[in-house]
Design a protein around this ligand. Structure first.
Ligand code: NDP
Length: 296
């Protein structure tokens, strides 16, 4: 079997298009423009690229983008004061603090200072609790993107066996909660899991969020399964820099029914879902109907 390739780039473009249409309608009918504030502390090169991409995508869908670039030596008090200001600003519907923060800043404290209704990354402890109890919340962007692709591919997910490899707070755990919310039978695997290959082979849906290049190989994939590769790993092969996932693509694609490539799979969906979350936050803040198909 050769797997169907789930084209995350094309799907993300479709989601951004839906967001843009909704934003245009909001402006016309209600005179409201959704706004996203992104806070970057320090000069981390990867973070700078992410923030630049987020800014460009926000503008592209017609939202307002507010960038706050702070010096690496910014104190916790200064950063918290900025978050308080953004929390109170009616033009700002979403707030994202780019992680990782410099070592002297307490990420948990900073994230939990964001108004949960504006927490478009879905990392605030209130949103974590709401998701865990199956209530309306802001959902972390990467797992939301995976869920959207899975719903698009499968239609209904109820009753399917899902295995999530990885139990981080930003990917693995929320991914498992979302799949449970769609009535999958969910297993979470991690570094202490015994016989990982056997556990993975039970999956109709296999999500890899491990951070280890090409660790999930074809022999760990059940024939016909859907494989979602969240991993982004920079490696060197044949003297060239290369981006690979947590899944060994060639061997897995030979067995799976469908698979996301790296790059061009989950990655592009993350920013698209950030925009979707900002739109959702704006609609909720204004008591308007939420955009259909863009939330969990
Ligand atoms: P973390 O490092 O926070 O978590 C990795 C998880 O994988 C841990 O739960 C760990 O288990 C588990 N793990 C590590 N080694 C093994 C192993 N040998 N067998 C089984 N499980 C193992 O990573 P993240 O969740 O933050 O990210 C995962 C991947 O997703 C990374 O490649 C990252 O770059 C990528 N990513 C991609 C995004 C995108 O937009 N596409 C967004 C965010 C992340 P334990 O808990 O026991 O240590």
């Amino acid at each position: 079997m050769t797997a169907k390739v789930i084209d995350g780039k094309a799907f993300a473009a479709k989601v951004r298009g839906q967001v843009a249409e909704h934003v245009a309608r909001l402006k016309e009918a209600n005179g409201i423009q959704p706004g996203l504030a992104v806070v970057l502390v320090g000069e981390d090169p990867a973070s700078q690229v992410y923030v630049r991409n987020k800014h460009a995508s926000t503008i592209e869908v017609g939202m307002a983008s507010f960038e706050h670039r702070l010096d690496a030596s910014t104190s916790e008090a200064e950063l918290l004061a900025l978050i308080d200001k953004l929390n109170a600003d009616p033009k700002v519907h979403g707030i994202l603090v780019q992680l990782p923060l410099p070592g002297h800043l307490n990420s948990e404290l900073v994230i939990n200072r964001i108004d949960p209704a504006k927490d478009v990354d879905g990392f605030h402890i209130s949103n974590v609790g709401l998701l865990g109890t199956g209530q309306k919340s802001m959902v972390p962007c990467t797992p939301l993107g995976c869920l959207m692709m899975l719903r698009d591919h499968h239609g209904k997910l109820a009753g399917l066996n899902a295995v999530v490899v990885g139990r981080s707070n930003i990917v693995g755990k929320p991914m498992a909660q979302l799949l449970l919310g769609d009535s999958c039978t969910v297993t979470i695997a991690h570094s202490r899991t015994k016989d990982l290959a056997e556990v993975c082979r039970r999956a109709d849906i296999l999500v890899a969020a491990v951070g280890r290049p090409e660790m999930i190989t074809g022999e760990m994939v059940r024939p016909g399964a859907t494989v979602i590769d969240v991993g982004i790993n920079r490696i060197e092969r044949d003297g060239k820099a290369k981006l690979v996932g947590d899944v060994h693509y060639e061997s897995a694609a030979a067995v799976a029914g469908a698979i996301t490539p790296v790059p061009g799979g989950v990655g592009p969906m993350t920013i698209a879902c950030l925009l979707a979350n900002t739109l959702t936050a704006c609609c909720r803040a204004n008591g308007l109907a939420e955009p259909e198909g863009l939330t969990a």
